[in-house]
Design a protein around this ligand. Sequence first.
Ligand SMILES: C[S@@+](CC[C@H](N)C(=O)[O-])C[C@H]1O[C@@H](n2cnc3c(N)ncnc32)[C@H](O)[C@@H]1O
Length: 236
Amino acid sequence: MAFKHWPLVRDLRFAQKCGRYLRGARRRRPDLDWDEFRRVARHFTRDDMGSFPERGYLYQLAADAPADAQVVEVGSWMGASTCFLAAGLRGPDARILAVDNFQGLSTCGEDSAWYQRHFRRLGANSTLEIFRANAAALGFAARMEPVVSDSLAAARNLAARRGAIDLIFIDGDHSHAACAADIAAWTPFVKPGGVIAFHDFGSRADGVTRAIFEATRDGRFREIVGVAGTIIAFRV
Ligand SMILES: C[S@@+](CC[C@H](N)C(=O)[O-])C[C@H]1O[C@@H](n2cnc3c(N)ncnc32)[C@H](O)[C@@H]1O
């Protein structure tokens, strides 16, 4: 086990890093329940898919969505980002459709090697049960509905929801072609005035960055809502 994952070291690192993040977050957004954010973050201390500012920003985007918001996430993995979104949502009818093949399949070379290593360690061939267990442990199972599907197939099957989604978070296949296809397929689902957000903008996944630049150049989004780490959010 890596030194940073030793339980005591992990707890200390969590207390320091999360505490530092929360001090700023509570100042910036005193209206949000940061204890709830901390509860979710505590559950995901081994999460290596996002930083505190990124997780906090997802929480904030969800909290800023209307009550009973309808959310789509493309790329959920073990459900960490889904849980941060779920924690921020308000209203008994708020839902997140979590679209993922749950098999870490990717046409982005570096990613597929990473997933293969990860699955070898997990000794499983799907993250769906881990996703469900995380949702249940945090009390979000009713709010997070896994859609076990390829992203583009899900966009075709869910066509009736076009124009009805308040918030979409795209974090699926990070190749340029796949990200561009996700943008084309999912942007029409966002309500006018709704938000579409992306992970890994400006990261080593340069295909994602290029696809987002192209979409902004083509006028798909109205304005930038905000940036945190490698998350960028646009109003549609
Ligand atoms: C970076 S991970 C998502 C991490 C998650 N959003 C988080 O922050 O905790 C990317 C996920 O996208 C999924 N994925 C990749 N290509 C996909 C596709 N074409 N359709 C559906 N899911 C896909 C993978 O299975 C993987 O779980």
